[in-house]
Ligand binder design. Sequence first.
Ligand code: PBG
Length: 337
Amino acid sequence: MASLALPVRPRRNRRSQGIRRLVRQTAVRPADLVLPLFVVEGEGVRDPIAAMPGRHRLSIDTLVSEAAEAFAAGVPAVALFPSIADDRKDPRAGEAMNPDGLVPQAVRALKNACPDLLVITDVAMDPYSSDGHDGLVIDGRIDNDRTLPILADMALCQAEAGADLVAPSDMMDGRVGYVRGSLDRAGHVEVGILAYSAKYASCFYGPFREALDSAPRAGDKKTYQVDPANRRDALREVRLDAAEGADIVMVKPALPYLDVVAAVREAVDVPVAAYQVSGEYAMIEAAAAAGWIDRDQAMVESITAIKRAGADVVLTYFATEMARRCRDGPVREPRDG
Ligand code: PBG
């Protein structure tokens, strides 16, 4: 049969692997990725996290080897989250200011073993707080202004240990400026701030809270994290954080909030990060384990989508694997028919 007179045929640009590679718009580079890691006390520990297959709570020695593997694969940064024993938790998160605590020790060990690896530390009270909230609880309410000095002390303790970037994930008002001021007064002008600016009150943090045993003991986080129904509120937060001195702003979770990632990319001129969180990872792993989706393709497609939406940086539990995958060159596909 004679071909139809169709001068415009979008399929021409898809007909072979070569042409698809040539016109592909979004590429994920290993350098775009950050690997979040969970650290716990002890030695030789690789304690599996049930809801995050393949992810573990690591003691400092095993943490250093996992971080070194990520770095060797081309991942420039890791983000640390501590699992703190219950008997070290208190309402004021005192352990977060311990210069010989788990996080400062881990930071020193990582910078020692791998000086060029960037180490990002989390600034929020929840892993250390007996209330399990990111801020200070007074009479059942989160006290914003009394939380700020605690966050600033936490950030200082991490900066002293050698963190490259501190990452306030607490969503208190004014914390970026407050932390910036106290870092500067202490001479840490080169320590950066990665602000969890648009952090939503999301159910997708479930596996993370299980990993750290950091779920709120009472109430929820809706009085400080952004309402999932809102986009303008996220833009307001990123603009404020950028004005207060954030070096990188972040949207979290990632895949369910791609419209927010795209809008934030337009709204500010600092780099934008997006966090593919524990629940996003768990959904892919669970569906793959059931044989319902292809795990590798889901990893590549989801991270590519997050970049396509406008993220410059992606925090993902797949970071090392994804980095290896991007370096391997073109994805091997069956021959085009
Ligand atoms: C808390 C914090 C959370 C995550 C990172 N920092 C959870 C929360 O707000 O309860 C979630 C990360 C993930 O789910 O992967 N400061």
